[in-house]
Design a protein around this ligand. Sequence first.
Ligand code: CMC
Length: 389
Amino acid sequence: SGLATYDPGFTNTASCRSSVTYIDGDNGVLEYRGYPIEQLAEQSTFLEVAYLLIHGALPTEAEYKNWEHHITFHTYVHENVKSFMQGFRYDAHPMGMLMASVGALSTFYPESVNIHDADNRNIQIIRMIAKMPTLGAWAFRHAQGKPYVYPDNNLSYTANFLSMLFKMSETRYHPDERIVRALDTLLILHADHEQNASTNAVRSVGSTQVDPYSAVASGVGALFGPLHGGANEAVLRMLKRIGSVENIPAFIEGVKAGNERLMGFGHRVYKNYDPRAKLIKKACDDVFEVTGVNPLLKIAQELEKIALNDEYFVKRRLYPNVDFYSGLIYEALQFPPEMFTVLFAIGRTPGWLAQWLELTTDKDQKIARPKQIYTGARGQLYVPQSQRW
Ligand code: CMC
């Protein structure tokens, strides 16, 4: 029938059943496969969390070693992918390069279209988790006009990523362990967030039974948008514009008058606090111990203090979200703002793939094809151009 429920943005429609991630926004709870984010961020590693998301349970030691081994030895990409990336303009946005190159991988692994074959799905999942840091790091080097660095498979997943980003000589790059740990924690915090816009894009495109590279490329596209992945960049721009602690009261008055939003505050789901924000604050301290304190931190801390005690923000239940502090860390690590979303994409890849896997093995799933409420004309009569012009 023509009847449909009007629900723009599907804010009130469950599009799937899922056992990957649980969120309780009122109580600030985030769990991957039932494990609280705090425990995973403090005690696990990104690769183990990726295993948990994909396989639904924590690995045994043997399973973990096997997983780590396979991911480590799939970090290289075909040389023609490198040539393809080198063909981009010097000022190409790294997210555009990432989206295009992960999509291009489908042409290197045409068998990936056999999505009903479990072994085939597994190898593509391993490849994608392994290659995303390589593609992301190369997009970064491209923007800097520096030679691409090949993976160093003697390093851990995150240390290898840092090596591909920042290595400047022939000798092995040894990042500070505290930096490796902080970046690993940030990847864990971004690994999944149930049916957010990019995951919904992966599921929607994946529901056509296309290969997983094409589905994940769609997720990267959705994440590219400023309403999704771009908020931490906006926080940084805001902090720079405020410039010093003395300017904060006037800025806050402007926010309260409705002139602009306090970026990095508020969340559609979390209405008491964003559990990821607390954990990021801790990572901030660890990174600044190595890099020296980002001078914008003072402004951020003072803003937070004032906002948390101001009736405007309290009444509207506005608290710092995941993006409030992450940009400060990324900047301290020498990432330009365009790279922030690439880091998000690398972290979110296991989540996208876990949700894609769930979709492809769920018998109840159908091709995503929402209804609409039609508001246009009906039954028009076509008048030939000779009579209209
Ligand atoms: N600064 C000032 N006022 C705000 C803010 C803010 N950051 N966020 C919401 N409000 C006010 C808003 O003006 C409204 O006030 P009133 O009732 O007087 O009209 C009220 O709070 C409710 O706002 P809303 O827009 O209905 O809330 P929402 O749940 O639709 O929006 C949000 C959530 C995240 C889009 C919004 O809080 C926002 O724009 N925050 C700033 C951008 C940001 O930090 N985004 C990152 C989100 S976390 C990333 C992720 O998880 O992917």
